[in-house]
Design a protein. Structure first.
Length: 1056
């Protein structure tokens, strides 16, 4: 039987840092039990499945409202352990007596406190979990009691100030824990004070600040304080305090900061930090924040009275300034944010297995601010240096471990902001040698002439002494045979005589064991056809041969490497293929070779006992690599000097270089002229020609050889060429228009690439056509595109010769060609003559006139016809304009049987000229408003005859002089128009039509009447009379009726 204090080696454990980590699965535990259950080993565990406690749930700090109706508080604790853990609790460092029937009950591992009170139960709690392996202590959990008392019942004194001054109303909150949030009411609930630039409620003191009072602030104010606890929220109101305002003081005064943040604010990493700053002043001051010793993140740079950093970090530490400013002055306040941090693990302990009698150094490390101190616990008790144990800060140092050193250890790191625990188990092992988990291989194949390595790795604690034998002969080190210090047997230059049984003997003070294997000698593997070095071009394919011989009793595998890295033949889209499926052939094919495929290829033929390999070098030639180090020197206005360093020639000499330039940020790369024009492959510098002055450039270099042009170099640093006078004249010179006495000139602004320098502008020259002297005007600014010369002596539509050049601070550019531009036009001064008007239908009249001179005061654009009803004023006239030189027009949309007055005026770009004498015209009576009725028709083989009743006009309608018929059939969709003065018509039609559409209407002096539409379907040659009535107004004369329109207005349908 096993000694009661001995145990099996522990299974691996993960470090414990607050949240427990799951162990390996139970299935693995059972397998481990089956493998190691043996009376030949010993350790501090009582069973192979034994392990110490690992916390899965630990208590959390709790804020309990004193007025809560909850009857209990639960602090959680649960640990995974085998055997299961038992639990104890400490309060303020003293172990609690958890007796049945008391207020403190243990439920599982949880501590339940019934009817908690601040006097008895507030404090620091810790859970202890124990089993036979050891004890661990949980993190500390603080139980606090929150409360919020009522405001004082005493009436509050009124607050008096002058209107226009700032004022502070104190909140004076009642006793409370923890902190509160604050709001203020004005007169009644829920009329809360807004958080605007004039009002501010401090969340530190609860006080209400008003930067500058006005009449709307008059009233009664109450402070609302709210406490937020873990599962409860409570609010209380103060008594109202009246704000009285004396006479308004309109004086302006500089800001005075009243709500100030502390000179030092301490914060923990990850917490939210809020600084408050609010000032009185008239006008209301503007708030600005800045970081004195660094830059303030834009997301925090607000004009609010609070600066909030939501998750503070060490980078946020520093001095911050609030500035309040208005038109009368400024006030500032500064304070420093000091960032500290709770302890955080840098290095944790993990479960450890160690041999009895060995030495062990175990360490942990933590960061924090202030720097954490580190202490150690063993089975929940403090650990100090003694005998074989040395405690040095974060290190435990054991000398000659014994079984009594086994147990649960905790590293504890703490500073004033918190404490963290890391737990692990130390298992000290005492174990007789055991080969069951790792015996010597039963059959050990080896290649003739090769080397064999036979490990001997029994499980043993302390480490076993190892001997080897062949048969009955103990092996000793020789030129061919070596037993290493760790017990491994190595035999070199193997021959058939080495075959036989080999036994490893292992022994320590706990016992002894042995394990035997049989060495079998096989034929060696050899490369029979080695790969040959090759020289190929980019894109070529190549096959590297590799054949081998081997012992026929074993499988042969070929492995290829490139520069000692294995080649992946299964990579999608890869360039490598195996060229043969034969066992002794391992040829490699490279498809579409790239530059990266050049290098040392190794073919290894391998069996389970040995391997053979041969190497070959593949050289891939290709276009050159990118040149490096492009440097720009000797910068002029149109030239620079470039230098670069040679890139890889990729095994083909560089023949030439090409230089390119672009204008950042989005310009395209373009080849540039150079000196020399052709840059040879051995060059490393050249001059760039033909650049634009005062332009930003980047340059790059490309190398070429016989195989092509390679990748470009990286871009050079950005440079700007020197300035020069403009070299191109502006374009698009034109003009015209404007007010009387003006000459307006327009041109196209010159883009950045043509400006050549700073101080850019335009120089205009102009003169009256025929004059000898030029006038000039200077227009600064590259974006300028308009100039107005104003002179009352300039006659309308006078031709001017104009030209333009650009300038910058380096000089003037070339002049443009001379353009002819006219001064501003004036309205025509002459009215049209011989105006004549006549009504031609019920809604139209024709107007004619004699023209005016085309170029008088400007270019004549056309004529404007004004017409109005007799009896109306001319101001109510409608207008119609003609374009061009036409001297007649038809006016439509008139009222029937109505007399109109008509005038005509000429117009140009400057406006409209004087009116002609008026002419009169009367429109015709309207056409009859009834369509033809009683329509009948007859089909013959080649004609269609249609009859209808005549339409008789009424007294207020114009005469009927004839009829219009619009005809359309299914063979010819284009309609045809037929006229007749009778009430019937006969038209020729194809014999094979299936149906036709007919529309009939009256016509006369008043225009066309309402149509009657019928849809005729041919069937048997008979006819029938159909009575029709129109359902829509008649379209204008000459309009084409589409089939879709006809179907919408269809009123009769007949099959014949």
């Amino acid at each position: 039987a096993e000694p009661p204090l001995l145990r099996s080696p522990s299974l691996p454990r993960m470090p414990t840092m607050g949240t427990p980590t799951r162990r390996k699965s139970h299935l693995l535990l059972l397998v481990s039990m089956a493998l190691v259950s043996s009376p030949a080993w010993s350790s501090a565990r009582g069973s192979p499945a034994t392990f110490g406690p690992v916390f899965e749930d630990q208590p959390l700090g709790l804020l309990f409202p004193e007025e809560s109706t909850e009857e209990k508080v639960t602090l959680a604790c649960r640990a995974r352990a085998s055997p299961p853990a038992t639990y104890r609790w400490k309060m303020n460092g003293t172990e609690m007596k958890l007796e049945p029937g008391s207020r403190h009950q243990l439920v599982g591992g949880n501590l339940v406190i019934m009817n908690p009170t601040k006097a008895q139960d507030a404090g620091v709690y810790q859970c202890l979990a124990s089993n036979p392996v050891g004890t661990i202590v949980s993190r500390e959990a603080v139980l606090r009691f929150g409360f919020l008392q009522e405001f004082s019942k005493e009436e509050r004194d009124p607050v008096k100030t002058h209107e226009g001054w700032g004022v502070m109303l104190p909140c004076n909150p009642p006793a409370h824990y923890p902190g509160l949030s604050y709001r203020w009411l004005l007169n009644e609930f829920p009329n809360f004070i807004p958080t605007d630039g004039r009002h501010f409620v401090s969340q530190t003191t609860g006080n209400l600040y008003i930067a500058r009072t006005n009449a709307s602030d008059l009233g009664n104010y109450s402070c609302l304080a709210t406490s937020h606890m873990d599962f409860s929220t409570k609010s209380v109101f103060s008594k109202f305090a009246q704000l009285n305002l004396a006479a308004e003081d309109t004086r302006l005064f500089a800001p005075s900061i009243k709500a100030r943040f502390p000179a030092e604010t301490y914060a923990l990493v990850g917490q939210q930090v809020t600084l408050e700053c609010f000032a009185f002043g008239n006008p209301v001051p503007q708030i600005k924040w800045r970081k004195v010793d660094g830059s303030l993140s834009p997301q925090w740079a607000t004009a609010e009275p609070t600066l909030q950093i939501p998750s503070v970090s060490f980078e946020d530490e520093g001095t911050y300034e609030c500035e309040a400013e208005n038109s009368k002055g400024r006030d500032t306040v500064q304070g420093r944010i000091i960032v500290q941090a709770q302890p955080e693990w840098l290095k944790v302990i993990s479960d450890m297995e160690a041999d009895i009698g060995s030495n062990l150094r175990w360490g942990c490390a933590a960061a924090g601010k202030p720097r954490p101190t580190v202490r150690w616990l063993r089975n929940g008790e403090p650990l100090a240096s003694q005998n074989r144990l040395e405690v040095v800060a974060g290190d435990l140092r054991f000398s000659k471990l014994s079984l009594e050193d086994s147990g649960m250890y905790q590293c504890v790191a703490e500073n004033k902001h918190g404490t963290i625990y890391a737990s692990a188990e130390l298992a000290v092992q005492a174990l007789a040698p055991d080969f069951r988990l790792n015996p010597v291989k039963r059959l050990i194949p080896a290649a003739r002439g090769g080397k064999i390595v036979i490990p001997c790795q029994p499980r043993a604690a302390p480490k076993a002494v190892v001997l080897w034998s062949k048969g009955t002969e103990i092996l000793v080190n020789s030129s061919r045979v070596t037993v290493t210090p760790d017990g491994t047997l190595i035999i070199r230059n193997i021959s058939r005589s080495d075959e036989g049984k080999y036994t490893c003997f292992a022994e320590n003070f706990m016992g002894k064991a042995n394990s035997t294997g049989i060495l079998s000698v096989r034929d060696a593997t050899k490369i029979t056809l080695a790969p040959s070095s090759a020289d190929i071009n980019l894109g070529d394919s190549l096959t590297l041969q590799c054949h081998a011989s081997h012992d026929p009793t074993m499988d042969l595998t070929f492995i290829w490497t490139l520069d000692d890295f294995p080649i992946d033949f299964d990579k999608p889209g890869g360039h490598y293929r195996r060229a043969s499926m034969k066992e002794t052939v391992g040829d490699l094919t490279i498809l579409n070779a790239q530059l990266r495929h050049g290098g040392k290829y190794t073919c290894m033929a391998q069996t389970v006992v040995d391997s053979a390999s041969k190497e070959a070098t593949v050289l891939v030639r290709g276009p050159p690599g990118p040149p490096g180090g492009v440097v720009v020197r000797n910068i002029g206005d149109t030239t620079v000097q470039l230098s670069w360093s040679r890139g890889f020639d990729n095994h083909s000499p560089i023949a030439k270089y090409t230089l390119q330039a672009r204008t950042p940020p989005a310009g395209k790369w373009k080849q540039v002229r150079t000196n020399p024009a052709n840059i040879e492959g051995n060059a490393e510098t050249a001059q760039v020609l033909g650049l634009t002055p005062w332009m930003d450039y980047e340059f790059r270099v490309l190398a070429s050889n016989i195989l092509g042009t390679g990748e470009p170099s990286g871009p050079s640093s950005k440079i700007r060429t020197k300035e020069a006078a403009p070299s191109v004249a502006p374009s698009g010179l034109s003009g015209g228009g404007g007010a009387p006495g003006e000459l307006i000139l327009n041109w196209t602004p010159m883009s950045r690439e043509y400006q050549n320098g700073d101080g850019f502008g335009y120089l205009l020259s102009f003169r009256r056509q025929g004059s000898t002297s030029w006038q000039t005007a200077r227009v600064p600014g590259a974006d300028a595109q308009h100039f107005v010369y104003s002179n009352d002596s300039v006659q309308p539509y006078t031709p001017f010769e104009v030209k333009i050049r650009s300038y910058n601070r380096r000089g003037d550019g070339p002049e443009s060609l001379v353009a002819l531009v006219y001064s501003a036009e004036e309205e025509p001064r002459v009215a049209p003559t011989k105006v004549w008007a006549k009504g031609v239908s019920s809604s139209e009249m024709n107007v004619t006139w004699e023209p005016v001179q085309q170029d008088m005061n400007g270019i004549l654009l056309g004529y404007e016809i004004r017409y109005w009803k007799a009896g109306d004023k001319e101001a109510a006239a409608d207008r119609v304009r003609t374009a061009g030189l036409d001297t007649s027009a038809r006016v439509t949309g008139l009222h029937p049987n109505t007399k109109y007055h008509v005038t005509v005026r000429a117009y140009n770009r400057a406006g409209t000229g004087p009116a002609s004498p008026s002419a009169n015209a009367t429109t015709m009576k309207p056409p009859p408003q009834r369509p033809p009725g009683n329509i009948s028709w007859t089909f013959s083989s080649s004609s269609l005859s249609i009859k209808w009743d005549p339409v008789v006009p009424l007294r207020n309608e114009s005469a009927v002089t004839g009829y219009k018929m619009l005809y359309q059939n299914d063979l010819h969709p284009a309609p045809t128009l037929h006229l007749t003065s009778k009430n019937w018509i006969e038209i020729a039609v194809p014999e094979d039509i299936g149906h036709a559409l007919v529309q009939i209407r009256t016509t006369g002096p008043g225009g066309d009447g309402i149509p009657a539409e019928v849809h005729i379907v041919r069937n048997g040659g008979t006819s029938m009379m159909v009575e029709n009535s129109a359902i829509c107004p008649a379209p204008r004369p000459g309009a084409i009726l589409s089939p879709s329109v006809v179907m919408l207005i269809l009123v009769a349908y007949l099959e014949l």
